[in-house]
Design a binder for this molecule. Structure first.
Ligand SMILES: N[C@@H](CCC(=O)N[C@@H](CS)C(=O)NCC(=O)O)C(=O)O
Length: 241
């Protein structure tokens, strides 16, 4: 059953790579809403500074603006009576949460490094800026974006490593995911839970973007990881478009 919520607007980065948004946390949020049967209007906003926390995604609902994908999910679950109880026992729930945090905190840094710092990713971002902005401001915006993310990734830690170490760390997380998943369709069995969607948000962009960056190439080459991304994209959005 779909709950009619015409007044729920979700602000995300634009769509690309066959996905409804390029934003990893927004991708988790959108797929969670789809699977929960929550109707929403998606609004593209590529400037995360406009959000209440200065990060993407955020929502507007009945006059409230709420940032942070997890806070939004709790708010929507509470407001519309959707249970967040995934039926897991305490041990599996802890494992699921560790997966979610590992991918949203560490792997996210690797994703951003491949997207904003690796030459193939940086060329993509440059192309986006060129396509969307008038010639006069392109150069300034591209340079300031690059500076912003280089600083942020240095502060978060990942950019202090040489590229080969970053690629090793990323591949190790993909191996961990693949090893735990084995031949099951989802992390904990027959249906995707929030940890699956969190991992999907962080890994699907690399699997589906066309740039030949090292961790993306590796993630695509691991059959059960690639299949997990395909499966969740299919269930949530009818497949990568
Ligand atoms: N904990 C936040 C993280 C959101 C986040 O880091 N968003 C990134 C995009 S993936 C962002 O807006 N980055 C822009 C910036 O840091 O300037 C959530 O779950 O929504």
């Amino acid at each position: 059953m779909e709950i009619a919520l015409p007044d729920l607007r979700v602000f995300t980065f634009s769509a690309d790579w066959g996905l409804p948004t390029t934003g990893p946390f927004a991708l988790k949020l959108l797929s969670w809403m789809r699977l929960a049967g929550i109707a929403y209007e998606q609004v593209y906003q590529d400037d995360s500074r406009k959000g209440p926390l200065g990060k993407s995604p955020w929502i507007e609902h009945r006059g409230r603006r709420i940032g942070d994908s997890d806070v939004i999910i709790r708010y929507l679950a509470g407001t519309f009576g959707i249970s967040l109880d995934d039926g897991l026992d305490a041990r599996d729930r802890a494992i699921g949460d560790a997966f979610k945090t590992s991918f949203e905190e560490r792997f996210h840094q690797i994703l951003e490094w491949e997207l904003f710092v690796h030459p193939a990713g940086a060329a993509y971002i440059d192309g986006q800026v060129r396509a969307k902005l008038p010639p006069l401001v392109r150069g300034v915006v591209a340079a300031s974006l690059k500076r912003h993310f280089a600083r942020q990734l240095h502060a978060r830690g990942i950019a202090r490593h040489p590229p080969a170490t970053i690629a090793d760390l990323g591949r190790a997380q993909i191996d961990m995911l693949s090893g735990f998943l084995g031949d099951r369709p989802f992390l904990f069995g027959e249906r995707p839970l929030l940890p699956d969607l969190a991992v999907f948000g962080q890994v699907a962009p690399l699997v589906f973007w066309p740039m030949q960056t090292p961790v993306a190439q590796y993630a695509r080459s691991v059959p059960n990881v690639r299949a997990l991304m395909q499966r969740i994209a299919e269930l949530s959005f009818g497949g990568p478009q």
